[in-house]
Each structure stands twice: as structure tokens, then as C-alpha cells.
Design a protein around this ligand. Sequence first.
Ligand code: PEP
Ligand code: CO
Length: 453
Amino acid sequence: MSTWHPLSFRDFPISQAVQYPDTEALEATLTRLRELPPLVTSWEVERLRGHIAEAQEGKRFILMGGDCAETIADCQPEAISNKMKILLQMSLVLVHSTMKPVVRVGRMAGQYAKPRSKAWEVRGEQKLPNYFGDLVNRSEYTPESRKFDPSLMLAGYHHAAMTLNFVRSLTDSGFADLHHPENWDLSFFDEADLSEELRAEYHQSGADLSRALRFMEALGELSIDDLTRVDFYTCHEGLNLHYESAQTHTVPRREGHYLLTTHLPWIGERTRQLDRAHVEFFRGINNPVGVKVGPTATVEDVVGLSEALNPNDAPGKLVLISRMGKANVREKLRPLLESVRDSGRKVLWVVDPMHGNTQMAESGFKTRNFDDICDEIAWTIDAHAEAGTTLGGVHLELTGEDVTECTGGAAGITDADLATNYATACDPRLNYRQALEIAFLLGRRMRADQSAT
Ligand code: PEP
Ligand code: CO
């Protein structure tokens, strides 16, 4: 294998390539990006790797979630804090039902680049490049907006920094203090038409957790800080390798390179080919790395990916995110789980029950059905039970807002309701209530499995 360096990916064919017409402007932007301070630190990255290693042993659960596509326009305090609140609430539900620590990883502070199934968008006589996310081009359908513009990498970096700054201030200032789960209630939580049962179950989880914390403190076994600190990590798809590579550095007193735009980057379903640029780039960094694994993935693909991205079989390094779709999960997932199990290699299996279940509604909106999402989760857990492997996390597209993008759930959103508040910049997200319901359903299922063993 050739020598790796942060730009060695340029010698490989790039899927979903972001080709900037103005190479001088590209290089000038990259030079500036290289000089700017990192968004995350190697300590945080290593800490998350430690958590993932524990999740691989079944001692933790990873909750990944956030927008399909973050936008620069949505870099606003309420949108950010509502997303954090729903992730915190979901994690509380999962901690309460599984009694396992839950690691929260937001699809936030950098989820600005999107792979597209079509490179071009045609409207009438006009054909323009598709919108690849705010890190690459702009969504308005004009030739000017759709140009690939390197300066958007700097805009993305700045907005990711502002988002992270706010996230860090909130987590440091007691917003996420586990003693006060009432702080995490979304402002509309009380008015929402949440079923009495769900509301009561959620408040009970919060009250139980606060009591348990006071009990532990009273015993004096653990420091208050250890008990109550809520870690919050970030993840995004590492699609635009120019951007990621410019923030990939060595750091003092540690070996190797760290990608410092995010804690946990992942390689998408469309860019995970073994002989192409994304695998080349991500094989060289110390961060944990996720890979989406869809229904076309073969046994050779997943074992090959685990060898390429984690040649030393290090713990906490590789996260395989299955996204088979309800129709495929029963048939396709089990052979992959078994082949990785038989290879003896360390991976963390996470389920993304969103991306294999996207449909076009009659109303013309891209949507996902709540029951399909739940079925994929349940059937993924079944497949793990049959293969003797462990599901260590879930990866969801969700928002803290009251959107109408996915149908079904107790909210009873129908096709006809989708137009009411369809706000996503890309794929349909669970709204706060559907997300919380998923946490309860998943938590119940995991608790039932724990007590059965
Ligand atoms: C995504 O996570 O938004 C995405 C595009 O996923 P996938 O690569 O699994 O299609
Ligand atoms: Co998506």
C-alpha cells in the first residue's frame, strides 16, 4: 500500500467528487483552513474512542442523531439547543431503560456536505449541478448559486465553530446537568399533544434519574462531576475531502494524524469503495471512523473495510452503520454480521433505520414511515441476536422542532399533513415527538432483551 498523507487521497478516483472550477481559489482557501484552529481536540477524540471501545464490549450505547443536512441559515440558538435537548431527552430514556451509559453524538457542527444520487438537477429546459450541501454550493436554483464555491468551506468552518461554541457553553453551564432534567424539556413539550402515557413515562425517567444521582452522591462513591458531566460529541459525513484534509494535523505528544473538524466522521454509502479516495483518506487518521453499509454491501466489502480502515484491529476505531431498509434487513444483514464476527475483528455495529426507508409520498414529498423505521430497528436487533453480535448504537435523522416530514407515529402524521411544516434541507427527519417515541420503544426492547438473558 502506498504511503498515506493528508493529500494522498488525490491520487485516487473520488466518488461524489467536489471539483472546483477555480483551482487557485481552492488552494488559497485550503491554505487558510489549514492555519485556523481545530474545532475539536485529540483528547476529545481519544475519549470518544474509549467510549466506542466500551460500546463494542456491550458496556455503552451510542446515540447519533441530528439533521440530514445542517444549513448555515439554521445556525441559530433555538435550533441548536432544541436538537441538544431532544438528544439529551432520548439519552435519558435510554439510560433509564438499559442502565447503560449512553454517549451522545450530534450530527451537528459540520453536517454540511451531502452526497447526491444525481449530479445534475433538471428543471424544464435548464440543467444545473445538484445541491451538495452548504459546504459545497447553494440550494437556490440559479447557475450562480449552484457553482461549487470553495469559500463556502470557510463559511462552513465558521458556522461549525459557532455551533460548537454554543454547544460547549450549554454543556458547561448546567443546561445538561443530569440533576435538572426539567431544563431539557422543549419549550413546546407541555403544550404538545404528547400522549399522557409518554409524558408520564418521560417525567418518571427524569425523576428516577435525579433520585439515583442523589443516592450515588450520598454514598460518596463517585465525584459529582463524574456523575453529572454530560459529554456531547459531534459527527458528520466526511464527504468533502478537501475540507477534511485541510483540518487534519499531527498534534504534540501523540503519534499520527487527527481529523479535527469533528470527533466521529463517517464514510457514506455512496463513497465507501475500497479502492477509492474516501477509504484512502480515512484509513490514515486516528479518529474513530463510521461507514454506512447498505443492502448492496457484500461480505468482502465489510471485511475489506474493516481491514483497510483498522489494519491493527484497534478497539474503538471502526463503527459500521447498517442502513438496509426494512425490506432488506432480514435477508441482507445477518451474513454481514456473521462474516465480521467470524473474522474476529473489532467493530461497533450501529443501526441507521432512516436511509433504507425513504419513499416518495403521493403528495410529492420525500418521506419515511415511522413503523418502517421501528421495524428496521427491531429486525436489526433480531439479526444481532441470531448472529450472536451486539447492536451498540442507533443513528437517526431528527430535529428538536415540530416538523411534519416522517409519517406515522403517535402524532399520526399522514401524507396529507406533510406540507404543514416540511422544513428539511435534504432527507425527512423525525420530529421531537417521533424521536422520543423511538427512544422509548428502543429502550423497552433493550430492557426486555437484557432481562431475558
Ligand atoms: C446521510 O446519512 O444523510 C446519508 C446520505 O446516508 P447514506 O450514505 O447512508 O445514504
Ligand atoms: Co440523510
